[in-house]
Ligand binder design. Sequence first.
Ligand code: B4P
Length: 192
Amino acid sequence: MNIILLGPPGAGKGTQAQHLVASRGMVQLSTGDMLREAKDSGTEMGKMVADVMARGDLVTDDIVIGLIREKLEGAKGGSFIFDGFPRTLEQADALGQLLDEMGQSIDHVIELRVNDEVLVDRIVGRAEEARLAGKPVRADDNAESLKVRLLAYYKQTSPLIGYYHAKGMLTAVDGLGTIDAVKDEIAGVLDG
Ligand code: B4P
């Protein structure tokens, strides 16, 4: 089973993906994690994307699609969770084609619905928690970058809701509940 977790920044895509990895042995493909890894290890590509990510803008489609292609080609099967990918219609088309070539498809697209006030609280809260624990704070976890991230979501990513709804793949889940409540709702969709 392959699924896409769709939703604005801080909706809980990464959080829920990790639960699915632990509970179902699925394989998490997070483009955010891949890009942060490239940035932290100082690769050429990492240097190119660092400013874009810190600002809160989307990285270009060709870079992100390239990362996913590489992961899928290197994978030895398994059930994939696409976490934070696709984020544009071009990425969605590319994913469809890549899976098609592998004889696979997307089974569920889960849209995590959370309002902007809660998103801001969560992201600012995560930055505060990291600061208190003496851990590094994500360069884009601040009020200014978050504004740009939300704009990018509404402008470039939210059209995917209609795109997948038209294909009959989309289920919206209330992302406002506790982490466990959201986890149960997602399990209901996958097992239902
Ligand atoms: P991502 O890494 O995908 O980050 P995100 O959207 O901000 O986070 P997510 O929704 O996973 O939230 P999380 O679970 O962490 O992207 C970062 C950047 O990378 C993008 O802005 C862009 O620049 C670039 N990028 C990534 N993919 C791209 C693509 N495909 N194309 C172009 N650019 C791309 O949760 C956040 C916080 O909320 C955590 O502290 C968590 O504990 C808390 N939380 C989660 N669920 C909760 C709940 N139910 N209740 C209370 N708290 C909760």
